[in-house]
Design a protein around this ligand. Structure first.
Ligand code: IVH
Length: 693
């Protein structure tokens, strides 16, 4: 570097120029260091460049560039992730498990295109087991990064992704003016092990597997934390683009490489189905030594024009498929069986295992499902067992290796008392079927601390009140102290126990303030989330939405539930059955629940949820019944379309029904329609009615 001018003597235009130069220079050194393993300058010289960059930025904060290297170490934590609507949906893939599924896939594609086996080229890629992200570049500069979310809308994780060395802040070469590059964020096995060791030493959360730790690192709010967690990125797809630099998947990957991305080195091109399967076996054999998790391979039609012709079936492309690896198994010893009590009192048996590596992940717990399952498999403490882990699912015990059973092993006796409160634990009998429930439940209800803590945990969880920073540990501690016994107490925490909390172990002034602020932000909540948060048995997110859309306000809901109409009103909601209705009624029959609800309603404002009125649609707000055979669409399709247009789809005809759509073979419902003088139309008339809506 020549003649460095002190920062305080730089003019703004000199500063801007120098920041531009520094951004390029530091990016180049990052590239040499991380990508080519060949640093061009000493660490000290590199550090000096970064310091200079930071000093100039401190004096000219307005000049901080979107591609500034300072973003790599993290900016100030933001409050919460913003939402990003994907310009192009982030789709998922269909799965193949057996070889035949792959044969079928390839045959289907060739048939669709009218091509012979040797004519059609596929790319075959490892399927990285991380979390997918979409990176938006404008004029080659990284502008925004988002998670997949539900495919249509994700979370803005730009600040966190900026800290990844594999994600260029500025693209090389000549990329299109607008380009969204998509791929997988992942953590290597080595980095994962080191991170967990560090977490454990610091008394922090230990992650279950590399994918969780990658997701956890990207989805936390402080980019400085992400910056010190070693995450990587493989580019393999794209979203919106002003132009595409290539005409095949393969060439797209080469283009990504030329822009500065890392592309998985194991990607190959294949022609025949045999070649695809050969690729699969080759990767499967190398799986354990790759150093990162993969859960299968992905085959994609190489030619992008052919991809276009093939198009999509619902949410997955017809031109690609994921060929998943079989679940992995390992043998270990069952050291004990713990009983966990859930929020509805369910006693869930958990197998404590001698830790064993299954597919690169250390497994020390597995689910045993329920009492019958333990008896059926005759699982005994001390047994050698085969555990299995497949992708997301909780590890399971496949079987016992009887030959290795120690003589002392006795059949497991499932407790009939709740381990948390000592109340009786019973298996309910269904009145109608006379069948015993598979789960044993604690009858302690409100006196059971395990249920109380689990309910509170559910109350603050993401789909309910979504109170950030209120983890299980805190809830348990607050409960044990007597600070929080019921949901309303959470909103009184600051006023009543704020002083006691600050200064306690693990709580600084700042972290307590953060928590109280997070709680404060949730004093207003839509009715559906509120209902979900109550933790009523059988009432999850979906049912809560149905109920909220039906009653609109908390007042109307509570009033109906406390009246004689409760069951009838609930039964009338499409999608709500008898079991759910009974469970809700039971909840409201319990005086303590009513009291807790009242206390809570004093602390929060519950906002109204409107019916999904697709205004302008000719069927909005109407109750429609489909009957007979539909010829142009399936039943679920007809129902989904009608609901999307704001109609309520009912399964039986009553005097409240507005319209019956009858196909051939319609029977008693047609008769009912006549009885109640409800308008009847055929499928074609229905399609005409909703056309253009
Ligand atoms: S292509 C429309 N390629 O698998 C196609 N996906 O099950 C978009 N994944 O959400 C995906 N490695 O998170 C593709 N080489 C690869 C992949 C891959 C991992 C993930 C991705 C996707 C999921 C679908």
């Amino acid at each position: 570097m020549n003649a460095i001018k002190p920062v305080d003597r730089l003019t703004a235009s000199q500063a801007a120029k120098e920041l531009d130069r520094l951004a390029r220079e530091i990016a180049e050194h990052d590239r040499a260091y991380y990508r080519e393993d060949a640093p061009k300058v000493s660490d000290a010289a590199y550090d000096a460049l970064r310091r200079r960059n930071a000093d100039i930025e401190a004096r000219f904060p307005d000049l901080v560039r979107p591609d500034s290297p300072s973003h790599r170490v993290g900016a100030k934590p933001s409050e919460k992730f913003g939402k990003v609507v994907h310009a192009k949906a982030m789709l998922s893939l269909d799965n193949a498990f057996a070889d035949e599924d792959v044969v079928d896939f390839a045959a289907r594609v060739r048939r669709f295109l009218g091509m012979k086996e040797a004519e059609l080229v596929f790319t075959a890629e490892p399927k990285i087991d991380g979390l997918s992200a979409s990176l938006r570049y404008q004029d080659g500069i990284f502008m925004q990064g988002a998670t997949r979310g539900d495919g249509a809308e994700g979370e803005d994780i730009t600040a966190n992704l900026r800290t990844l060395k594999d994600i260029p802040l500025r693209l090389h070469g000549k990329p299109p003016a607008l380009l969204e590059v998509r791929g997988e964020v992942y953590m290597t096995h080595k980095d994962f092990a080191a991170l967990n060791k560090r977490q454990e030493a610091e008394g922090e959360k230990v992650f279950a597997n590399p994918r969780n730790s990658a997701a956890g690192s990207v989805r936390q709010l402080d980019p400085a934390i992400t910056a010190v967690r070693p995450l990587h990125f493989f580019a393999y797809a794209w979203g919106e683009a002003s132009a595409l630099p290539a005409g095949t998947q393969w060439d797209m990957l080469q283009a990504f490489k030329s822009y500065g991305f890392t592309v998985n080195p194991l990607v190959r091109r294949c022609r025949t189905t045999d070649e695809l399967l050969e690729f699969y076996r080759g990767i499967e054999a190398r799986r354990a030594s790759l150093g990162y998790d993969i859960d299968g391979v992905v085959y994609k039609v190489d030619d992008l024009e052919l991809q276009n012709r093939l198009g999509f079936v619902s949410r997955s492309p017809r031109w690609a498929i994921a060929h998943k690896f079989a679940a992995e198994q390992a043998e270990t010893i069952l050291e004990g069986i713990d009983i966990q009590v859930g929020r509805t009192g369910k006693l869930a048996p958990v197998a404590r295992l001698k830790p064993v590596t299954v597919g690169g992940v250390v497994v020390s717990n597995a689910t045993l499902h329920n009492e019958d399952e333990i008896a059926r498999k005759d699982v005994r403490i001390g047994d050698s067992v085969v555990v299995q882990r497949a992708g997301d699912v909780i590890p399971q015990i496949v079987r016992v290796i009887l030959e290795k059973r120690p003589k002392s092993a006795k059949p497991y006796e499932f407790p009939d008392k709740c381990p948390a409160c000592g109340s009786h634990a019973v298996r309910e009998v269904d009145e109608k079927t006379g069948k015993e429930d598979v789960d044993r439940r604690c009858t302690g209800g409100l006196i059971c601390p395990a249920q109380a803590v689990e309910r509170l945990r559910h109350f603050v969880s993401r789909d309910a009140f979504d109170i950030e920073g209120m983890g299980e540990k805190h809830i348990k501690a607050f409960y044990d102290e007597g600070f929080v016994k019921e949901p309303a107490d959470i909103f009184r925490l600051e006023k009543e126990h704020g002083k006691e909390i600050v200064g306690r172990e693990g709580w600084g002034e700042q972290s307590a303030r953060n928590l109280f602020e997070a709680i404060g932000r949730r004093r207003e909540i839509p009715l559906d989330r509120f209902i979900n948060a109550l933790g009523i048995r059988h009432v999850g997110e979906t049912t809560a939405k149905l109920i909220a859309r039906n009653f609109h306000t908390l007042g109307a809901f509570v009033e109906a539930m406390e009246s004689d109409r409760a069951i009838a009103d609930l039964d009338a909601i499409e999608g709500v059955g008898e079991t759910v209705a009974e469970a809700i009624k039971d909840f409201f029959d319990e005086p303590h629940n009513r009291a807790a609800l009242k206390h809570l309603a004093k602390e929060v404002t519950v906002t109204e949820v409107a019916a999904p009125a697709a205004s302008g649609s000719p069927v909005a707000g109407k109750t429609v019944v489909f009957t007979g055979t539909l010829e142009k669409m399936t039943r679920p399709e007809a129902k989904a379309r009608a609901e999307a247009l704001g109609a309520k789809v009912a399964s039986s005809v009553s005097k409240k029904t507005d319209l019956v759509v009858a196909g051939p073979g319609a029977g008693s419902k047609l008769a009912d329609a006549q009885k109640f003088a409800v308008k009847v139309i055929d499928e074609d008339a229905w399609l005409k009615l909703i056309a253009g809506a």
